[in-house]
Design a binder for this molecule. Sequence first.
Ligand code: PRP
Length: 211
Amino acid sequence: MSILTIAMPKGRIFEEALVLLRKAGYKLPPEFDENRKLIIDVEEEGLRFILAKPMDVPTYVEHGVADLGIAGKDVMLEEERDVYELLDLKISACYLAVAGMPNTKMSDVAPRVATKYPRVAAAYFREQGEQVEIIKLNGSIELAPMIGLSDRIVDIVSTGRTLVENGLVEYERIVDITSRLIVNPVSYRIHDEKISELVTRLSKVVTKEGL
Ligand code: PRP
């Protein structure tokens, strides 16, 4: 039996993706939920899972070391990798927004925007006709306007708690985000049948959830 390798994002999407796969009838052992292994084989299902940083999932899939992956739309927009999106899994819903300190205007000269998404942020402000300097950060983005590193941030808003608890406000909503099932184009041709079965089983669950 051929084996499909799926790149899973470690972190908050992981739990929801596991629930979805289990509801689709895939028997995933309990070791998924607790250990620190980075490669987990589920021989009975003919699946191998690799656990990657969310931002790296499309890289593994583009290079073909993973046939499939689960990646947020935010990551897809930022990474622009050569992969196909097969299914909107409708999990981990959130959105990308511009935020900052309340009642503040962007500086007239060289306004700065801190973000984990430099490409998305640059494209957004370009479309708005605003010239900004992008400052790339890897996390805790909300710190930047609080300590004067930037005028604005472009970041994920999920519950909105991080903004509220740090006294920041949302200025514009850029794009809605959910997680997607992605595939390497060559793998898709080679493992057509098995991948189609996975997509069918997952879409049934996604539709049933009515999200
Ligand atoms: C994300 C995002 C926000 C926060 C939003 O950060 O960057 O900081 O979650 O969630 P909320 O609206 O529910 O508060 P994450 O926890 O992934 O960590 P990071 O700061 O290291 O990016």
